[in-house]
Structure formats: C-alpha cells, structure tokens
Design a protein around this ligand. Sequence first.
Ligand code: FES
Ligand code: FES
Length: 163
Amino acid sequence: MSRVELRVNGVATSREVDDRTLLVELLRGELGLTGTHVGCDTSQCGACTVKLDGAAVKSCTVLAAQASGGEVLTVEGLSTPQQLGEVPAAFVACHGLQCGFCTPGMMMAIDYYLDTDGSLDDERIHRALEGNICRCTGYVNIIEAVKHAARARAEAGKPVGRQ
Ligand code: FES
Ligand code: FES
C-alpha cells in the first residue's frame, strides 16, 4: 500500500491505495470523479485523458503512486457550477459530441493543445488529437470545437499556446 497525496481540481486529497492502483481508478473509484472514462485500459482510446502537472496523460497508464505530489485536472475541473469552461462550451456550441463517451478525454487533450499550441491549422489539431478515438462524430465538429475554444480563450484575454 502507498499513501498518495494529490491536488485534484484544486483540492488537496490524500488516500491509502494498493501499489497497483491506476490513476484513473483512484479518480473514479476513490474520488468519485466519473467524468474520466475508461474505454480500453490499454492506452489506445484516450477516453481517460487528464492533465497531470500541466501535461495531458492517459490516466490508465499512470499509477496513482506515480502521480503522488502532483496536480491533476480532470474534466470536472474545466468548468465551475456557474460557468462552462471554454472547451466544454465550444463542444455545446459546435455540437462536438454524440454519445459523449470520448468527450471528457477529448476535452482534456484539447485543453492541453490550447495551452501548448492553439493553432487553428487543421493538420496540427489532427496531430494533437491522434491519441483520442471517437466512434460517433467523424471528428468534424470536434475540430470546429477546438477552433471555437481557441478563439474564445484569446477573446477572453487568456494565453493560447506557450508564451
Ligand atoms: Fe486509457 Fe483507453 S482507457 S487510453
Ligand atoms: Fe461517441 Fe465520440 S461522441 S465516441
């Protein structure tokens, strides 16, 4: 067993977990943050993507103990009860989802893309999302949502891409 101490969506959290516990299992099972999905458990689909210390990671590939001491952002942390974040709002505006299973992971990968690049270039967006699989939408509206969110972030005066 290991003691894991994390900040998750800005809240300090401490849990005693089995050494084999995955970060996604801690988030969903222990902390009740079920917005993070498990589509494959083998690093293929991207549904489990979260941000760990600012980087997008597939949380089915990280042990909870490895993440100890880190800062985790999940899809729940993109919005507040009062306001949708730019990325979730862009998915609503652009109809970027159908069944929604891939959506939390997509949104976290996009949030990371906006942090680190944020270009409206289709090829760069495709590359940024190549680790995230969607079986419903054909991706067109997801790409539109990326561009919508990038514009919204810039219009709000927030940094887009590495400064
Ligand atoms: Fe982690 Fe599919 S559940 S990549
Ligand atoms: Fe259904 Fe993407 S919206 S898998």
